[in-house]
Design a protein around this ligand. Sequence first.
Ligand code: HEC
Length: 148
Amino acid sequence: MKTYIFLAFVAVTLAIPACLTEKSGNRSNASEVNPNGDSELALLMRKMYDEAEGYKNKMEDNNHFHFTYEPDEIFTAQATDPAKPISKEYQLIGRAFVQSMEALQLAEQPDKKSHFQGMIHTCVACHEKVCRGPLEKIKKLYVEEISL
Ligand code: HEC
């Protein structure tokens, strides 16, 4: 009986778009790419998450790190809920995100950590407004030692 309840719970959880769930768990795993027709924006966001994590893990030696996406793709990728990207908050914070990515890519080595923090701050800011589901997971991307 317990198993059925658990399976029902899992089925329901998987059916809810990431923005509505408190935690999206490990949905960013590469093995799970597009299992049930995720939106372009959701796939882009997962890539953004994975690459930010990769960047963070190579903070001391990332001179050759390349992000494989253009930050302003967040304005053109089709979203699960098309109302989100056209909202005022998304447009404003989205522009801050694009600028923070540019600043990060131009930063000299000693400034990279603080620019990275600033960039993650724009992820968090947008998610607080339009998509709270993955918020806790995104906050783990902050580099511990630096406070804003
Ligand atoms: C301007 C707003 C905005 C910014 C900036 C932003 N996001 Fe998102 N994010 C969204 C929206 C909206 C969705 C929902 C996408 C959908 O379901 O179509 C999303 C979805 C996600 C998801 C869930 C994807 C899935 O599996 O469904 C993750 C993880 C994520 N974002 C991480 C990040 C990270 C990491 C950053 C910064 C590097 C970031 N986001 C920056 C708005 C934003």
